[in-house]
Design a protein around this ligand. Structure first.
Ligand SMILES: NC(=O)c1ccc[n+]([C@@H]2O[C@H](COP(=O)([O-])OP(=O)(O)OC[C@H]3O[C@@H](n4cnc5c(N)ncnc54)[C@H](OP(=O)(O)O)[C@@H]3O)[C@@H](O)[C@H]2O)c1
Length: 254
């Protein structure tokens, strides 16, 4: 398959790395000239990657056009391009409806949305796509696994879930800062918390135990873990998280 990326930034770099790093990817990859540093680096490292002279040359030279540009510039960039009726489009553009992209393209092409995250670079991404599409699900299966959403509601809710990454690190940051203020050297705090959360992530991912059951399993009755989660709730922590999720959902729905 010939893949063409409009926009060569963080997500394009992660996807191309994941697809090509193992060698013999079976893909031809064409990159837009914008994002010149990333594009040149990918082209230098992987023989199947070429940088085109213009966005239109990317579209002309590929079967699947990947829109990997920011929402703010998307309409202007896409309206400027001429697509072919035999092409497919994969849009990574956040909070941007398929109908809008189809209108900008001006052709009734199959358009799939996806939310890849940087983990695709190591083929460990869990990538929601909508609507279901066997070929694009196969692409993301190579990069980890694909979650084929049956409805846009499911897709939007997973987009909200993907917005928790900053808060994950924010919790680590807040806990580390507090431990350091109490006198623990920063390297010890960092190493301990990073290892603890990595192990907990492994537990959460393996098996099918409900998170509520894991919380109880990892909290001795009347113990320290139970106390932290109880105070977190009493101080409005859970409510703040729910409010933030609801606000992000409203934004994701556009
Ligand atoms: N990063 C993530 O974890 C993530 C996760 C989910 C969804 N997304 C979505 O994926 C999309 C891409 O995100 P990103 O993180 O890869 O963004 P990014 O790193 O900012 O990359 C955007 C790329 O678009 C290029 N660009 C700007 N104007 C252009 C134009 N006129 N023609 C062609 N390319 C142009 C930029 O080039 P210059 O550098 O030359 O300006 C840059 O290479 C966004 O819509 C974002 O919301 C990202």
């Amino acid at each position: 398959m010939r893949l063409g990326f409009i926009g060569a930034g963080t997500m394009t770099a992660a996807m191309v790395e994941g697809l090509c790093a193992g060698g013999q990817s079976g893909f031809e990859v064409l990159l837009s000239p914008r994002g010149a540093v990333v594009a040149a680096d990918l082209a230098r490292r992987f023989p199947e990657v070429t940088v085109a002279a213009s966005n239109q040359m990317v579209v002309d030279g590929c079967d699947l056009v990947v829109l990997a540009i920011r929402p703010q510039v998307a309409e202007e960039v896409v309206r400027d391009l001429a697509f072919r009726p035999d092409q497919k489009v994969l849009s990574l553009i956040a909070a941007t409806r398929i109908e809008w992209v189809r209108d900008w393209i001006g052709l009734d092409l199959p358009i799939t949305r996806a939310i890849p995250l940087p983990f695709v670079a190591n083929r460990k991404g869990v990538t929601p796509i909508y609507p279901p599409d066997r070929e694009i699900a196969g692409l993301f299966a190579t990069l980890g696994s694909a979650v084929e959403c049956q409805t846009i509601q499911e897709f939007d809710l997973l987009a909200v879930g993907s917005a928790l990454m900053g808060s994950y690190f924010g919790i680590l940051e807040t806990a580390q800062d507090w431990l350091v203020e109490q006198g623990l050297p920063e390297p010890a705090a960092r190493a301990y918390l990073a290892g603890l959360f990595a192990n907990l992530g492994g537990v959460a991912e393996s098996g099918g135990t409900a998170f509520a059951d894991l919380r109880q399993e990892y909290s001795t009755k009347g113990g320290l873990n139970e106390q932290i989660f109880r105070v977190f709730g009493e101080e409005g922590g859970a409510r703040a998280l729910q409010t933030a999720l609801a606000q992000v959902l409203a934004r994701v729905r556009g």
